[in-house]
Design a protein around this ligand. Structure first.
Ligand code: DGL
Length: 271
């Protein structure tokens, strides 16, 4: 059982920022990644739709024999985590709770900013976790949907991305936030730009670090950590997409320290 892969999914390439931290923390594990390139973005869709998509993906990943699932998407974590946990009998880790915990531990002033998709911001899920950790915390949220498209297009270091960032981040100008949560897994890919625009006094939170730690803890608790070496001839990482495998490979190779030869396209609606 412990030799089985961990399933990781997102609406597209964003979840690779989480996969990167998982690989760093748990290098002995096998991974199956799914990017729903055909149906992205998720951030503008309803809870019912994101839940349906997420369940289909979990069914697909289960067909790849996974032992646990990391929902490497804030939107799916905000909207579908409960439904996934309710329907499937395997360990499930989302990114929102770990992100909120890191932010609560980081802030000194208690004033936190949140950038994410419209769905994540309006769900109010970060507020409820943050209030649970520290009731004195105040949160200002700003939906930044264009960041998702810019990252999916591979505009990582690009003047257009800087311009859009200036416009979005100006929402925090009259606040005294000291911490800004990158509440969308696509955003750490443009972290340098966000940091430059937000200013050095603002601490950026990438929920991926704490998510990887929570995954390790949960697997340990369930006795599911892989302790055996992965044979050299074996591929430890497998990538699947619902569309655009070439674009996925291109963006993934900018970002991940692996050289990804390709991603296999599958028909996710069949699951
Ligand atoms: N990367 C995702 C998130 O963390 C979804 C972005 C989108 O598809 O809108 O919310």
């Amino acid at each position: 059982m412990s030799r089985r892969p961990i399933g990781v999914f997102d609406s597209g390439v964003g979840g690779l920022t989480v996969l990167k931290e998982l690989i760093r923390r748990l290098p002995n594990e096998r991974y199956v990644y799914f990017g729903d390139m055909a149906r992205a973005p998720y951030g503008t869709k309803s809870k019912a739709t994101v839940t349906r998509y997420s369940k289909q993906i979990v069914r697909f990943l289960l067909s790849r024999n996974i032992k646990a699932i990391v929902v490497a998407c804030n939107t799916a974590s905000a909207m579908a985590l409960d439904a996934i946990e309710g329907e499937f009998d395997l360990p499930v880790i989302g990114v929102v709770k770990p992100g909120a915990k890191t932010a609560a531990d980081t802030t000194k002033t208690g004033h936190i900013g949140l950038i994410g998709t419209e769905a994540t911001i309006t769900s109010g899920i970060y507020e409820s976790y943050l209030q649970g950790y520290r009731p004195d915390i105040s949160l200002v949220g700003k939906a930044c949907p264009l960041f998702v498209s810019l990252v999916e297009e591979g505009c990582i270091e690009d003047p257009v991305t800087t311009e859009i960032a200036k416009r979005y981040i100006s929402a925090f100008r009259d606040t005294d936030i000291d911490t800004l949560i990158m509440g969308c897994t696509h955003f750490p890919m443009i972290e340098d730009t966000i940091q430059r625009v937000a200013g050095e006094h603002v601490h950026l939170v990438n929920p991926a670090y704490e998510t990887a730690r929570s995954t390790q803890e949960l697997l340990q608790e369930k006795d599911l950590l892989n302790t055996e070496d992965i044979p050299v001839h074996e591929e430890a990482y497998k990538f699947y997409v619902s569309d655009a495998p070439d674009r996925f490979r291109r963006v993934a190779n900018i970002f991940l320290p692996l050289s990804i030869n390709g991603a296999k396209q599958i028909s996710i609606e069949e699951y």
